[in-house]
Design a binder for this molecule. Structure first.
Ligand SMILES: [Zn+2]
Length: 398
């Protein structure tokens, strides 16, 4: 059986203990007593060293606690080892955990939202509560109240009481015998095996990040202590960086971003309108410069470097001028698009499909507009010949 030293002294970081059991590989050690907190009750395990070797996991085995080591330790049962708990991580967990007790008590008693579950993470923690209509502005009120209770530095004490006689517990315990009860003066009494600070003042600060609806509950993200300050620091840096990019003060960012988004939408609308206009001018110039074939149809080829689909507005403008058939190609990707004016009588879908089949490609479409690809772009010229088109002008010159 392992004596849990952290039950009575959460500040104890250095201790000696005897080895009760050790696995053959020397990586898993059970001690007669330990200050290492094992993962339990939602609180993550401690890290540190045992006999100078890094402790990477601590496991609760009911009446024993196992310490998992990064490297094997070659000692027999009965050896005495020095354990050292990493207090930076421990104090952080104490701040998060006590902050959670405070928050749960506050949410239940003052806002009527009982806690359903809690999760402690490496970066932030969440608490799921039952509440009816959640108003986001309430978040600020809860945060203000929690920090007031922190400033009041209420005493946090641990007592061991008989389960049958313990009264005023927030949640009745289903355990028999002795209970470990954590009391926040005037606020809360909860049965808990975790590590806590000695006064709410040591929580330092409580920051609520956000709340969201989840499976019938409301999940509130919170962080305490140094973590809350570090996060606020990071947020300030991110805001400053964004503000610098826009040459604005951080408080002007929301309005400015909204304004910029609006301008972007307007700009995009204007760009599309201009592209349409440009296509109309280009089409007129190309149509006029082209020479009709013997059948009176102007067969125009256009070569593009981007997607052939992007040249569709130009192709549409060309066929709108009448007596015209257009083929757009991308010689790198092997893309091809064909559009025809109704008065040509040429079925773009049928013709393109047949031409593509001749070179192992695939595609098709309607009589007026069709699209496809050839697996080998070098075959594009053959395909154009099949359609009765000349290669695009720049490629004819090259
Ligand atoms: Zn606790």
């Amino acid at each position: 059986m392992t004596d849990r030293l952290y039950y009575t002294d959460a500040r104890l970081d250095r201790f000696t203990a005897a080895v009760l059991d050790i696995t053959n590989d020397g990586r898993r050690v059970v001690l007669d007593r330990t200050a290492f907190y094992p993962t339990s009750g939602g609180q993550p395990h401690d890290v540190g060293t045992l006999g100078g070797i890094a402790v990477v996991d601590v496991i609760d085995e009911d009446d024993r606690i196992a310490h998992c080591l990064a490297d094997p330790i070659g000692v027999p049962v009965g050896s005495v080892l020095i354990g050292q708990v990493d207090m930076t991580r421990r104090v952080d967990h104490m701040q998060q955990h006590t902050g959670q007790h405070l928050l749960s008590a506050l949410l239940t008693d003052e806002f009527g939202w009982p806690t359903v579950s809690v999760h402690f993470g490496d970066e932030s923690n969440t608490i799921d509560v039952t509440c009816g209509n959640f108003d986001p502005t309430t978040l600020a009120a809860i945060e203000r109240r929690a920090n007031t209770l922190i400033v009041q530095n209420r005493r946090v004490t641990v007592s061991f009481e008989n389960a049958a006689e313990a009264t005023g517990l927030r949640k009745p315990s289903d355990r028999d015998g002795e209970l470990r009860i954590v009391t926040i003066e005037g606020i809360d009494r909860s049965a808990c095996g975790g590590t806590h600070v000695d006064g709410t003042g040591e929580i330092g600060a409580l920051l609520l990040r956000r709340a969201e609806k989840t499976k019938g509950h409301t999940r509130i993200e919170f962080i305490c202590g140094h973590r809350a300050v570090s996060r606020a620091r990071l947020d300030a840096e991110l805001l400053t960086r964004a503000a610098r990019t826009l040459s604005a003060a951080p408080q002007d960012l929301p309005g400015l971003v909204e304004q910029q988004m609006q301008r972007l939408t307007e700009g995009e609308r204007e760009r599309k309108r201009l592209a349409g206009e440009l296509a109309r001018y280009q089409a007129t110039a190309m149509w006029t410069a082209s020479v009709p074939d013997r059948d009176g149809v102007r067969r125009i080829t256009v070569s593009v470097t981007g997607a052939v689909k992007d040249a569709e507005p130009l192709a549409q403008q060309l066929v709108a001028l009448g007596s015209c058939a257009v083929v757009v190609t991308n010689s790198e990707a092997g893309g091809v698009l064909m559009a025809t004016a109704a008065d040509t009588g040429i079925d773009a879908g049928q013709q393109l499909r047949a031409a593509l089949q001749g070179v192992g490609g695939r595609g098709g479409g309607s009589p007026r507009l069709a699209q496809g690809t050839v697996p080998d772009p070098a075959q594009l010229h053959r395909m154009l010949e099949h359609l009765g088109f000349l290669p695009p002008l720049p490629e004819r010159l090259a």
